[in-house]
Ligand binder design. Structure first.
Ligand SMILES: Nc1ncnc2c1ncn2[C@@H]1O[C@H](COP(=O)(O)OP(=O)(O)OP(=O)(O)O)[C@@H](O)[C@H]1O
Ligand SMILES: [Mg+2]
Length: 254
């Protein structure tokens, strides 16, 4: 995809005027966003802005109070998490959650269950080619992996389900910079091969370096949306992250 400011025309995911509440407390107040075919989109925002809640609502993990979610023209507003996965959206949750008492390979097979109830071993070779560090450890318990390896396993578990949109919620959480770079460059490569990416991230520089388009979220609302280049050069980013996030003086956009 070109790095100019024009977005691809084809809309994959469309979120319109989404409201989400926990009990009586609404935390997402009418958010709209879209992800286009072939795009790598990032949602930036400080702690508690509602980023994870927004992603959970898209995935059907929390109920929506209002608004709509459509994916490739299919209405997913009331879809269950399983229906969302079957429609082609897979979310890798915050906090590298994998099943500690299962092997790496069994964790990967779980990623195929939504489409194939007994697991699909035929997908393993392609995943090991993409994530060679997992091939070496295929028979190890996930509990024996480092935090970074567990996050890579979590991403691989998402990718093996063959989504058309992969949602990554703060894959950098608590991990060493080299691991973060590895995960984001895998995401970029996947995007180049046709998978759309929706990333939530607090590492602003790294996220803008890889993403094509960015949304800024503040206390449950989208405050701006523009190409990564424009966001990186704009003042709003400084305001949103004032007192938080990392400095954004020299964001190098690919
Ligand atoms: N299960 C829950 N029950 C009640 N309130 C919640 C729940 N989960 C999140 N919240 C609240 O909703 C708001 C948005 O939280 P959310 O986790 O979506 O933010 P976030 O942008 O993902 O933050 P972070 O960057 O820390 O992950 C916060 O005020 C949070 O305290
Ligand atoms: Mg979060």
């Amino acid at each position: 995809m070109s790095r100019d400011n024009a977005r691809p025309e084809k809309i994959l995911l469309k979120v319109d005027d989404l409201h989400v509440a926990y009990g009586k407390a609404e935390v997402v107040h009418g958010v709209s966003l879209d992800v286009r075919a072939g795009e790598f989109v990032v949602v930036l925002g400080r702690n508690g802005a509602g980023k994870s809640t927004l992603m959970h609502a898209i995935s059907g993990l929390v109920p929506k109070r209002g608004g709509t979610v459509t994916f490739e023209g299919q209405d997913l507003t009331h879809a269950t998490p399983r229906q969302t996965v079957q429609a082609g959206i897979v979310q890798v949750l915050e906090g590298h959650r994998v099943f500690h008492t299962l092997t790496v390979e069994d964790n990967l097979l779980i990623g195929t269950y939504a489409r194939t109830p007994h697991g699909d071993r035929s997908k393993l070779d392609a995943i090991y080619a993409l994530f060679p560090e997992m091939a070496e450890k295929r028979h190890q318990m996930a509990s024996r992996l480092s935090g970074g390896q567990q996050q890579i396993l979590a991403v691989a578990q998402g990718v093996i389900g063959e989504p058309r949109l992969l949602i990554l919620d703060e894959p950098s959480g608590g991990l060493a910079p080299l691991v973060v770079d590895r995960i984001l460059s895998v995401a970029s490569d996947l995007c180049k091969s046709g998978l759309a990416i929706l990333l939530v991230e607090q590492l602003v520089e790294k996220a803008l370096h890889h993403a094509h388009y960015a949304y800024l979220m503040e206390t449950g609302r989208m405050v701006t949306a523009a190409s990564s280049r424009e966001i990186a050069q704009g003042d709003l980013l400084h305001r949103v992250f004032l007192g938080g996030g990392e400095p954004v003086d020299q964001v190098e956009v690919l």
